[in-house]
Design a protein around this ligand. Structure first.
Ligand SMILES: Cc1ncc(COP(=O)(O)OP(=O)(O)O)c(N)n1
Ligand SMILES: Cc1nc(C(=O)O)sc1CCOP(=O)(O)O
Ligand SMILES: [Mg+2]
Length: 198
């Protein structure tokens, strides 16, 4: 499967609106802790924006809403897998990306035949508290050898400067949050990302 190499992750449709005119073709909407009506509105707006611009929207966590709203892609972590209805997600024709952080999680993910596998945190992240320390680039190489043709996404502390190293180590895609959202000029930063991942 040919997925774009740049995969920004945002917490609102407003960010998706900023990314679309720049030519971003794959974006994740990752909204934690919002009421269902807000989530529904945000996903609907982001989905419309992505469709207008020929981009793919990945919804994080909220698989029931993603099915209801006709989203094509879903991202789930290991805890999400404990409660998600994978057969229902597959029946809805959705493609699935899964988080992994250790070997057991990787084997669990592979058993579900995902459409991409994410490994993180490749570098330390300031976005959220995690029990895993940085995985490092060698781990990306190890993951790629194990998963073969399944696209591998590097996440956690990724930056424009770090992206080439992740690709050289075996990543097919690089996901980033704060390198964009905390930048003084997020649009310029996204353009840099598009250049380095072209
Ligand atoms: C591309 C990508 N990789 C990993 C994650 C993390 O998912 P998860 O472990 O479920 O944690 P939350 O993002 O839900 O806090 C992701 N969202 N995207
Ligand atoms: C949401 C997320 N998941 C991770 C994982 O390792 O599963 S790391 C991460 C945060 C990514 O944000 P930033 O690019 O700002 O480090
Ligand atoms: Mg999750």
């Amino acid at each position: 499967m040919n997925l774009p190499h740049f995969y920004p992750v945002f917490d609102s449709a407003a960010w998706v609106a900023r990314a679309m005119p720049l030519g971003v073709k794959l974006v994740q909407l990752r909204i934690k802790d919002a009421p269902e009506d807000v989530l529904r509105d945000e996903i609907t707006i982001a989905l419309d924006l992505c469709r207008q611009h020929g981009a793919q929207l990945v919804v994080n966590d909220h698989w029931q809403l993603a099915i209801e709203l006709g989203v094509d892609w879903l991202h789930l972590g290991q805890e999400d897998l404990d409660t998600a209805d994978i057969p229902a997600i597959r029946r809805a024709g959705m493609k699935l990306g899964l988080s992994t952080h250790d070997h057991a999680e990787l084997e669990r993910a592979l058993a579900l035949a995902p459409d991409y596998i994410a490994l993180g945190p490749v570098y330390p992240t300031i976005l959220k508290k995690m029990k895993w320390t940085e995985q490092g680039l060698d781990r990306l190489t190890e993951w790629k050898a194990r998963i073969g043709d399944i696209p591998l996404c590097a996440i956690g502390g990724m930056s424009v400067a770090r992206a080439p190293g992740a690709f050289a180590a075996g990543a097919d895609m690089v996901a980033a949050v704060t390198d964009i959202t905390l930048n003084a000029d997020p649009e310029a930063r996204m353009r840099e990302w598009l250049e380095v991942t072209a």
